[in-house]
Design a protein around this ligand. Structure first.
Ligand code: LRY
Ligand code: PEP
Length: 365
């Protein structure tokens, strides 16, 4: 049951491995390869693990009618949706150039294969893993073809039902054990009330009828790492996703939140991306271990303020001890621990003590 696997050469995900952070450049490069390179460098400098793009072969992703529909939007780069998308799409050669640049920069590069032909190109480009965007999560021929390539897969699950995601899991699993499912809500920018982090792991959330019978991703798919692809503003929710067990986090990034394009407003700028990476690493450290014990780092506090059993009033040597003879205070020196007070009942002291004297183990008969 691989709860962890190698997503990129030398980089495991899942288990206790650090969360894999994907900087989704998407189409925030405005169709300009120099901006794309700046963004790859920015992703690396901010500590992201991977820079990601969106690769489409437009006539495979869209029907003729969809390409020809007018796109009247402040975010449009052309009169029709096709013209808009053509402006934003990098060629195969440009992708090769970007991949080379990312390698020189020291960051992994991949893209979502937005249709089967794009996925074939990414496979040929030798990307470390294929990202499946939410809009292809219910595209079963695509999923099967992609899974058969044998490359690790990161599958986003926006716009889908649990029933569909169970089918996604079974379809991919049949051909490829190395994949992760990302909780995602496909709205830009995403309202926090629609994030539903509880899909990752049900801890606390709105009560739903028969919620005890609900199985969220971590329970339903215990043998794949679960992650989060966020479209909200800010970093808190993505950091919380990591605390809830997300092993991959993907966020859109931008050099300019006011830039032209649908995604800029819900993207992280470089300072936010760097802060999110720092926050995720901090939270991972803080997740620690489930073993509850007093730690060496607590000794100083315990020595100064830890309480122990003291005599409420004077107690004479040989008196039979009862609970009402004790108080719990910060004593000097430190005496018997309060949790062991009950064990003193019925015993006797070998010495006389005054009120507020600590009761020490070697005073007990
Ligand atoms: C669902 C999906 O693919 N979403 C992507 C990833 O999150 C987005 O980046 C879209 O490509 C983008 O919002 C499209 O914008 P326009 O339609 O203006 O090119
Ligand atoms: C749309 C994409 O991702 P998500 O579904 O995670 O938003 C993408 O990767 O292109």
């Amino acid at each position: 049951m691989p709860l962890q696997f190698e997503l990129c050469p030398g980089r495991m995900i899942g288990g206790n491995h650090p969360c894999f952070i994907i900087a989704e450049i998407g189409q925030n490069h405005q169709g300009d390869i120099e901006i794309a390179k700046k963004m790859i460098k920015m992703a690396k400098d901010c500590g992201a693990d991977c820079a990601k793009f969106q690769k489409s072969e437009l006539e495979y992703k869209f029907s003729k009618q969809a390409l020809n529909r007018p796109y009247n939007s402040v975010h449009s780069w052309g009169k029709t949706y096709g013209d808009h998308k053509r402006h934003l799409e990098f060629s195969h050669d440009q992708y090769r150039e970007l991949k080379k640049y990312a390698t020189e920069t020291g960051i992994f590069l991949t893209a979502s294969g937005m249709d089967e032909m794009a996925m074939e190109f990414l496979h040929e480009l030798d990307v470390p893993f294929i990202k499946v965007a939410s809009c292809d999560a219910n595209n079963f021929p695509y999923l099967e073809r992609t899974a058969k390539k044998g490359r690790p897969m990161v599958v986003s699950t926006g716009m889908q039902s649990m029933e569909t995601i169970r089918r996604v899991y079974n379809t991919v699993k049949e051909h490829n054990k190395n994949f992760t499912l990302l909780q995602c809500t496909s709205a830009y920018p995403l309202d926090p009330k629609d994030v539903n982090l509880c899909v990752i792991k049900y801890t606390r959330g709105k009560l739903v009828p028969f919620h005890f019978f609900f199985k969220e991703y971590q329970k339903e798919f215990p043998d794949v790492p679960i992650g989060y692809s966020g479209h909200e503003q800010g970093i808190y929710i993505s950091v919380a996703a990591v605390a809830m067990g997300a092993k991959v986090v993907e966020r859109h990034v931008t050099l300019d939140k006011t830039g032209k394009g649908n995604d800029h407003a819900a993207s992280l700028d470089p300072s936010e991306l760097a802060e999110m990476v720092r926050a995720i690493r901090l939270v991972e450290t803080a997740m620690g271990t489930p073993v509850k014990q007093m730690l060496p780092c607590e000794k100083t506090c315990h020595d100064k303020l830890g309480k122990s059993v003291v005599a409420k009033n004077a107690i004479s040597k040989g008196e039979v001890l009862s609970l009402d003879m004790f108080a719990v205070k910060v004593g000097e020196p430190k005496g018997i621990a309060p949790e062991n007070m009950q064990q003193l009942v019925g015993k006797k002291l070998k010495v006389d003590v005054e009120g507020d004297d600590s009761i020490l183990a070697d005073m007990i008969e």
